[in-house]
Design a protein around this ligand. Sequence first.
Ligand code: KIV
Ligand code: ZN
Length: 502
Amino acid sequence: MKKEKIIVFDTTLRDGEQAPGAALTSEQKLEIAFQLEKLGVDVIEAGFPISSPDDFKAVSLVAQNIRKSAICGLARCLAPDIEAVAKALKKAASGRIHIFLATSKIHLKYKFKKAEGEILALAKKATKMARNLCDDVEFSPEDATRTQRDFLFRVVEAAIDQGARTINIPDTVGYSYPQEIYSLISDIFNNVPNINKAVIAIHCHDDLGLAAANSLSAILAGARQIHCTVNGIGERAGNASLEEVVMAIKTRKDAFKNLITGINTKEIYRTSKLVSNLTGFVVPPNKAIVGKNAFSHESGIHQDAVLKKRDTYEIMDPKDVGIGKSSIILGKHSGRHALMRRLKDLGFILPPERLDDIFKRFKELADKKKEVFDDDLIALAEEETREKKKVYELVSIKVVTGTDIIPEATVTIKYKKKDCQATSCGDGPVDACYKAIDKITKVKAKLLTYKIDALTIGKDAQGSVRVEVKVKNKTAIGRGASTDILEASTKAYLDAINKIVL
Ligand code: KIV
Ligand code: ZN
């Protein structure tokens, strides 16, 4: 049977970023976009250009740098929105304008105070305008699953008539369920006369935990594009998770027959890690496909059976999603070759000039830890692959603290090739370090959030710190990892300060 491709439209950088607290800088968006390209997504929705200068910059930056995936920007059915997307996509190898307009009664009555006729006219006008600026236009009747079917059919037909190549059906509030989605998509195929001129896409939210199931149901009914996000992040309860939908199609070939995606599934785990690290959204251990426990077996009966035959309790091979079979990998006796091989398996191909540096840092880490896990290596490699531009570089910290003394920190930072040192007291040891840094940098920084997690298991696990810092009206997120949580905290704070001063 001839293979048929499901187009993967990733909206991690747009709907995913709409998750409260997931804000990303343009540089971070670009870092994720490079990884999404490597993952093999067909379309990257990089942002909503009219919504802020930062979003405009992010879409332009992604459009300039990504060559294989098509780059998409979101617009309301308004001329300035559409023009902003077209402008941001100017340098894209392949660009798409995605316009949306709510069509449900509740949105028409309370959000727009407009009649159906006016909405239809707006949809037509905007689609035509977008098509004049870009060959590839996608139209979304927002809240489609709560829209009167007859009106929905008319809007879809009109959008296709005006040149929309893709019609996306959003379950905006995550209200639908699989059978209903199946009948909705089937009805669209049966009632929209020009439907064969467009690809039908599905965009599901997870308010009832049904986003992946609903997306799969749409595919079975004939939809050929899925909107999804990495780790399922997104507005409210999130969007359909890319890894779940893609792996369901791959794993259940009996149900999805000749359907395939262009996703290199071996890049899934690494992409999930990157998105989680940059957004600060921790992946729950029981999350399907990418959670820490997704391929772990606790019960003795399961362990025994899996060792005899993996398929007894595992429906997917962890290697297929980029998770190494064993979680314990390298230690202080390991050599350069083993390290490079493991990094390559994890998807990191570092330029030769970085190899010495990462090997040195790996050895330092291995000296402090009994075991170096995949997650330790990923943190190390990500730090290494990130831009090396730094104004301030941490040289050392010395902290005196205890239950009945005021903590005092001495921090040394390299600035313009000179070591600068300052000592400060604080409410706690982290506060003392941050105050000492402030003395050196003379930057008046306000710490908005501070979060620490253990990267791996064990008492010697690396602490991974994420901070959000504000200086005047600029905010930045900083990250740092180390077996010493004070060092990790200091690195994270300096990382944020570096981003702001740069
Ligand atoms: O959920 C939604 O309806 C959307 C649209 C903009 C497609 O995100
Ligand atoms: Zn959405």
